[in-house]
Design a protein around this ligand. Sequence first.
Ligand code: MRU
Length: 384
Amino acid sequence: MTSSFPISNDNEVASMKQKEFFEIETVRLDDENSAIVILDQTKLPAVCTEAVLKTQEEIFDAIYRLCVRGAPAIGITAGMAYYLAAKELVSADPQITPEKLTESLAKSKTYLAASRPTAVNLFWALDRMERVYLANRQKNNDEILALLRAECEEIKEEDIRVCRAIGEYGLTLVNDGDGVLTHCNAGRLAAASYGTATAPIYLAHERGYRLHVFADETRPLLQGARLTAYELHHAGIDVTLICDNMSAAVMKQGLVQVVFVGCDRVAANGDTANKIGTSVVACVAKQYGVPVYICAPTATIDMQCSTGEDIPIEQRNPSEVTELWYEKRMAPLDIKVYNPAFDVTDHTLIAGIITEYGIARPPFTESLPRIFEKKAAAVQGDEE
Ligand code: MRU
């Protein structure tokens, strides 16, 4: 079976311009060329290069293949994709009727929404773009496009503010010299800037704290090794890579004071879907008395899901487990493989959910609604 996850092809890579990591944004809109430009994460850490996505199919494929990944970055990309879909429809037919535009945009939205099922930011961003379109569909095409463009840029700008606020709240939970363990990549590469789980780490670094970060390698796609270790190391942060089965060893030795992880969807009771293996970390942390914090923009909290049971979990290609990264296949042919991309950490294992509006503590069925009340009040305050 062939891999669903691309490995750098030397010829392809040689023709691309390698750039410095901090020169490249995770996702950006290139409106002049009607494209989304991403840092292609499938090529890291060997090659740091951009990929240009022009068609809806290319955008879908880049999300599916994790060229762009992480819940916030997927949401940002989806917002830009919706805008580009509208732009393409209008430029192909400047006389397009509002009915036809509405119908075609609904189709685009359904198509993009099928790229990955778990991160709720994908649906959240598409719904947000659609709301702007529907509220303004009586306007002329230029006005509609300007509003959609502004909205997708705002989703990205907002992510920077949100992650920074999460970082500030997270920073109150660490002390100089602490060990922090993280799983997968909820970093700058998963968002517009700062990341979620890495936001307290970056802010701590800016302010001179000496944190020691343990990055789980994160089988099977190695987001921890390829991405988290890469970006933190680049930033000059003290990071140690460990295999996923080493978290108990470091926690037992007292090397970890706190676990910060990201999330793809948080249910109303606090159950949290994040990269496969997160719930193992949380079980181990409970054994050793280490608090686990979920770093969650409110965009990633889905109050429509009452528990983790309601969260759809993406299943991926078995070859990611049996072949990818190996010189030759490392499992018997025809072996059965289970390859869920995410697991759900039970809310009972979570000490707190860090949002841009504060830290929600158990019971989450009470604290999360209060976070959304704070958000509603802040939004209303901004509108007045
Ligand atoms: O499959 P991925 O790499 O998209 O999974 C990403 C994660 O699980 C992240 O922890 C999550 O999306 C939060 S990113 C701020």
